[in-house]
Design a protein around this ligand. Structure first.
Ligand code: BGC
Length: 396
């Protein structure tokens, strides 16, 4: 008898904008190609997964993974407000069918950071009709989701609210986006209720029109108070995470996305100091963050948890395996202690567009973006597939 459930879900995750390429109707595309914008490089053709998804799903399935978390791109489905593309809808339905054909469980995200440019131009998450407009899109998409079991409405609303805050600080445009986000002072508290309303509106539609388990996926930061700063920690936690977990009351699951841990001092989250062990995103190497987050969120909410993202940006695949080993061991310890974890998705299946740059490589599979987009699986793909096939046992 293993520690994890017999039906534990092992998968890998991606997001449309980061892998598809040519997401020309989205707000990020508009920012990426605006002169003097905040990004080091634009997304361009990304991994061309818009055309190459059958190969991506095949590689995932052949390695032994059983789930593919991917997102549907609102900007493609509704390129102009009120104008819906049936061809794009059928494209995503074909992806779901391809998953089923390969014995892979599709986990669908309906919003992963990008919105249509028309939505953002009109005020984005802050516009009074944001929830209504999102629900119209979700209703249209629900037509292809009848046999999908897991749906994430919005990916990391807390980071989406942070991106929005960062974009509105033009004085900082020369700083890398990660620095701008740190300077932005956390998720914009005024946007939190708007995002929550979007999530609840989408949940209502999905409950009425599908049989799926519905939840949203929160960026869990494993914040830790420095001595004497428990009060500040609580404020930071509530703003960055707590308000979003509370909005999951009534959901079927909470998605947890965990990468690192950050101390909180009297001023707030302490930026990761430079350290040789830091990852390619500049984050502290903290495989133990996942266990901290799982225990914390379970204690707080008692709602089943799906690890919708966990991973590391590194150019050393042995280090990736070491990081994931530590994270999975922590997850197993949390489950042994009673935390209800339903599955684990590694971020990311492919080396992809890391919101401003192709530098940080999170993938289990490398992509030749300068040539013919050839996929080269890294040893970590087969390794994770074996871990999945052994029900989470790690034997080297
Ligand atoms: C996001 C992904 C991102 C990853 C690594 C999460 O914040 O959902 O889109 O690439 O973390 O930064």
């Amino acid at each position: 008898m293993g520690v994890l459930r017999d039906d534990f879900i092992w998968g890998a995750a991606t997001a449309a904008h980061q892998i598809e390429g040519g997401n020309v109707g989205s707000d990020f595309w508009a920012v990426e190609y605006s002169p003097g914008g905040p990004f080091a490089e634009p997304s361009g053709d990304a991994c061309d997964s818009y055309h190459r998804y059958p190969e991506d799903i095949r590689l995932l399935a052949e390695a032994g993974l059983k789930a593919y978390r991917f997102s549907i791109e609102w900007a493609r489905i509704e390129p102009v407000q009120g104008v819906f593309s049936r061809a794009q809808l059928l494209h995503y339905r074909a992806m779901i069918d391809e998953c089923h054909r390969r014995g892979v469980l599709p986990i669908i995200t309906l919003h992963h950071f990008t919105s249509p440019q028309w939505f953002t131009e009109g005020g984005g998450f802050g516009r009074p009709d944001a929830a209504e407009l999102f629900a119209v899109y979700v209703e249209y998409v629900s037509g292809i989701l009848h046999d999908v079991e897991w749906i994430v409405t919005i990916n990391e609303p807390n980071i989406a609210a942070l991106f929005a805050a960062a974009f509105t600080r033009p004085a900082e445009v020369d700083a890398p986006i990660s620095v701008q986000m740190a300077l932005a002072g956390g998720p914009d508290p005024e946007l939190a209720p708007r995002l929550i309303a979007m999530h609840h509106a989408a949940r209502d539609v999905l409950r009425a029109r599908t049989n799926a388990k519905v939840g949203w996926a929160i960026a869990a930061q494993a914040f830790m108070p420095t001595p004497g700063n428990e009060q500040k920690w609580q404020e930071v936690f509530d703003q960055w995470e707590g308000v979003f977990y509370d909005a999951a009351d009534g959901d079927d699951f909470i998605g947890i996305q965990s990468y690192t841990s950050q101390p909180v001092d009297e001023h707030g989250p302490v930026p990761h100091p430079p350290h040789p062990d830091n990852t390619l995103t500049g984050w502290a190497y903290r495989p133990d963050a996942l266990e901290i987050n799982l225990r914390r969120v379970w204690e707080l909410k008692g709602i089943p948890i799906l690890v919708t993202e966990n991973g590391i940006a590194t150019d050393n695949d042995r280090r990736r395996i070491a990081y994931v080993t530590g994270a999975i061991e922590g997850m197993r310890a949390a489950v042994a202690a009673g935390v209800d974890v339903r599955g684990y998705c590694y971020w990311s299946l492919l080396d992809n567009y890391e919101w401003g740059s192709y530098g940080p490589t999170f993938g289990l599979i490398a992509v030749d973006r300068e040539g013919d987009f050839a996929r080269t699986p890294k040893p970590s793909l087969a390794w994770l597939g074996k871990v999945a096939m052994r029900g989470g046992e790690i034997t080297g």
